[in-house]
Design a protein around this ligand. Structure first.
Ligand SMILES: [Zn+2]
Length: 80
């Protein structure tokens, strides 16, 4: 079904949440990365995913892990 492959990103709050954590400079909180789900077997990052990951990485000097959980496998990417 074509429709199953179509999805809308509904986690646009991630960047704002990250920005708040970053602003507070709370040393008890270590940002490791981001994860979300895709309704596909073997997920690949969308152009929007990559754009957002690069934005997040700009605000963080530590390596970050980004994951996309699919229905059969999980995509991992590390930004150094
Ligand atoms: Zn995605």
């Amino acid at each position: 079904m074509q429709k199953r492959k179509y999805f809308e990103r509904n986690d646009s709050n991630h960047l704002s949440i990250f920005s708040k954590l970053h602003t507070h400079k709370n040393r008890a909180i270590s940002f490791l990365g981001e994860w979300h789900t895709h309704p596909e077997s073997n997920p690949i990052p969308s152009p929007l995913d990559k754009k957002e990951w690069q934005q997040i990485k700009k605000h963080n000097t530590e390596p970050l892990i980004f994951c996309i959980l699919g229905t059969e496998s999980t995509y991992f990417s590390v930004y150094k």
